[in-house]
Design a protein around this ligand. Structure first.
Ligand SMILES: NC(=O)c1ccc[n+]([C@@H]2O[C@H](COP(=O)([O-])OP(=O)(O)OC[C@H]3O[C@@H](n4cnc5c(N)ncnc54)[C@H](O)[C@@H]3O)[C@@H](O)[C@H]2O)c1
Length: 336
């Protein structure tokens, strides 16, 4: 059995979750971390018993012969860290969401990983949540008939929690391509450096309508006035499935064939550990991760399309032909 040498770039909050997951997997060894902040770097190395820690990730990549790298920096750092890790010969990269801050960066990341035969995965770990996996199974079994509407909402902005919400909707719709998007955002407070994205702008509220090529439609609602938990409603021709109810119920469904609500049985798992195990399988089986870079790009394209729709006050057809982030120009008061 191969033992994979692991390194982490950006040793903040989410890096500890990555470290926890790797430490559960017998054939991975977390050997090094790279972090700009000296105090954080030393504490992370000490707490996790790392052999080495670095201020500069290029030095770590050069010296440590890493097989897998987790990219856990703030969003603007994801692109370069992924490209340099791929060029350094890493077999797999787990890059945190949002994949990148615009489609230009995402395309550069995909191309570097393709050129260096590196499996790129994006940290949308909710794809492994038991209730999401079960909901998708129920959809496939047509337990609620033909799906007509997927509705997802959460706190924070589109590039933060919204990245998960859009990805989960894509997952529930079997990663079918989107045809058009309409959206609106509220930028009352011109937020910059919001929560754990100090390097980005963030809208206060966002609404998006996504029409998929298979006819399914989705609505996403993010921000301070949206219902605050990761809640999803899946509306079918013969019933409804609810995911993550405010009272803590993870999943319930009702259809023309049930006598009221039923609570499907779930298989518990650790989604973070699953996303790392899946990366190892993707490397060994020479295939894409369930949350591959391309799938991450699909979600990012939908988010950029919501911003673009708001910038131009019109419906936006996909594929999107812009490579900038329209939120940035809207925040700067520039309308293209
Ligand atoms: N998947 C999830 O559920 C989830 C949850 C939380 C955060 N995240 C994502 O993870 C990323 C980081 O979030 P966080 O909460 O850990 O933030 P954080 O502020 O706790 O940690 C980020 C760390 O990266 C370091 N860093 C920045 N640039 C660097 C560089 N060039 N080299 C080395 N270190 C660098 C910072 O100094 C900081 O310590 C964000 O993209 C965020 O959206 C994902």
């Amino acid at each position: 059995m191969n033992t994979y040498r692991i390194g982490i770039i950006g040793c903040g909050g989410i890096a500890r979750e990555h470290a926890r997951a790797y430490n559960k997997i017998p054939n991975t060894k977390l050997v090094a971390g790279s972090e700009l902040d000296a105090e954080r770097r030393e504490k992370f190395a000490k707490d996790l018993n790392l052999e080495k820690s670095y201020e500069n990730y290029n030095e770590m990549l050069k010296k440590e012969s890493l097989d897998i790298v987790s990219v856990c920096t703030w969003p603007k750092g994801h692109c370069d860290a992924v490209i340099q890790s791929a060029k350094a010969g890493c077999k797999g990269i787990m890059c945190e969401k949002p994949m990148a801050t615009n489609l230009y960066e995402a395309d550069q990341m995909l191309s570097a990983c393709r050129d260096n035969n590196t499996r790129l995965a994006i940290g949308h770990h909710h794809r492994f949540d038991p209730q999401l996996v079960k909901a998708k199974e129920l959809i496939k079994e047509r337990a609620v008939g033909e799906i007509t509407l997927l509705w997802g909402h959460c706190s924070l902005d589109l590039m933060n929690n919204g990245s998960h919400v859009v990805d989960m909707i894509n997952f529930l719709n079997d990663d079918q391509p989107a045809e058009w998007v309409m959206g609106q955002i509220d930028i009352r407070n011109k937020r910059q450096g919001y929560v754990n994205h100090p390097d980005m702008y963030a809208e206060d509220m966002a609404m998006g309508r996504i029409c998929y090529k298979n006819g399914v439609r989705a609505t996403v609602e993010l921000g301070e006035f949206a219902p605050q938990n990761w809640q999803f409603h899946i509306i079918g021709s013969d019933g409804i499935i609810d995911v993550n109810l405010p009272d803590g119920t993870p999943l319930r469904m009702m259809s023309k064939d049930t006598n009221g609500w039923v609570l499907p049985k779930l298989d518990p798992c650790d989604p973070r550990e699953e996303e790392m195990l899946e990366l190892i399988k993707a490397i060994e089986e020479k295939r894409e991760h369930i949350s591959s870079g391309q799938i991450g790009r699909n979600g990012l394209e939908i988010i950029m399309a919501i911003f673009e729709s708001s910038r131009n006050r019109r419906l936006v057809e996909l594929p999107l032909d812009i490579k900038d982030n329209p939120l940035e120009s809207m925040m700067k008061g520039v309308s293209q």
